[in-house]
Design a protein around this ligand. Sequence first.
Ligand code: AHR
Length: 485
Amino acid sequence: LHASMTFETSFVVGEVNPRLFGSFVEHLGRCVYTGLYEPGHPAADEHGLRTDVLALVRELGVTMVRYPGGNFVSGYRWEDGVGPVAQRPRRLEPAWKSVETNEFGLAEFMRFVREVQAEPMLAVNLGTRGLQEACDLLEYCNFPEGTALSDLRRAHGAADPYGVRLWCLGNEMDGFWQIGHKPAPEYGRLATQTARAMRMIDEDLRLIVCGSSGSSMPTFGSWEREVLEHAYDAVDYISCHAYYEERDGDVGSFLASATDMEHFIDAVVATCDHVGATLRSPKRIEISFDEWNVWYMNRPKDIDPPQWTVAPRLLEDVYTVTDAVVVGSLLISLLRRCDRVTAACLAQLVNVIGPIMTEPGGAAWRQTTFYPFAQAARYGRGKVLQTAIDSPAYETAKYGDVPLLHATAVQAEDGTVTVFAVNRDLTRPLRLSIDIPALKVLEHLVLADPDRHATNTAEHPDRVTPRPHHATELPPMSWNMIRLG
Ligand code: AHR
């Protein structure tokens, strides 16, 4: 099998926004508690943050972290998570049927993002709450001093404003499962009013309105149009969410998941631009792909997790080599659409469908999916180049014919070019010619394994790692990073 890839460094898709390498921390299962936060753990710092997890998050290269949800945010009272910890209430958490202790809240999250040098992205509750609470939270976070809420923050120990720029106006409000789910016109009006009021308090905000929680939602397309007919002038981004999984043994379609992601992005861009055209607006809405990942949502569970407990084991998917190849391919799609996708969050960060796993009181380790993300976050910086790809195709049940090679090329400021490439063929290597004579291969790292189901575990944390590769062939079912200079 043979594929070729050609690019020219003056033909550019767009500049990669570093916010493309965001992740997501929700109060869900063990993402926070016994994930990144575990007072009493041997590696915990004096604030209860696990330093072993902090080190892995830094290595992962996450630039931005969305918080506190997710479905959780639609029932959350932010005031529960500020001030003296001993006085914070324990609450029922209906979204995930858990108990929330509120031991971890805003100040703890801000400390966490400072430690990993990431930007915060906060979501406001537009499920059980509304405009006033969103404005209150914004005042608490961003107003310097001299008002009740800014002084409350100062009294809680944060003298300087947090300066949070990125705000999600609710979460998945199109979903029937969402607390306070609303029809599009109702949500569109609420999001617009909230956005306008928030901008009156702080003009320097980037606001994200909820798009569809998946392209298979029955309201997909009309939801975006109706919401933007209200919110177009008031917001900067619309969100996309997508999760993929291998179903019924159809690995071919699973490996082609990025086809769906690219259609999804193109459809949302077209819808945004349609609304922009009807409004005669020169403004372009950007996409915040603020939840994406592989998630085995439909896989039967061995045991039902206990309900109404603190930090139950929920959504603890253990990722295989195949999953890592798909995650890499989804990263390629985000890069290929970087002219419109200017923020994105791998959902989530620790334990909950996360690239990092932990055991309470025990070790922290990298899942297979950690590696493509870490490599893309490090080397996928600069300009994405237009690529002409000539590749054999294969037939998939879900998406018809799909190219075996999925790839992109990113040029860094120093002139080096990094090619990220996936070979979707399950059994055969794919010889790749890159027709750029001036560039030589500096490094080629591969993630592949004869056992496509191989995983990393607490006992064998380094079973799957990327390794150097010295041939022009991409191994069967592999994720590749090829640096050229
Ligand atoms: O990331 C897990 C969940 O997926 C989030 O809480 C929700 O927004 C989405 O449905």
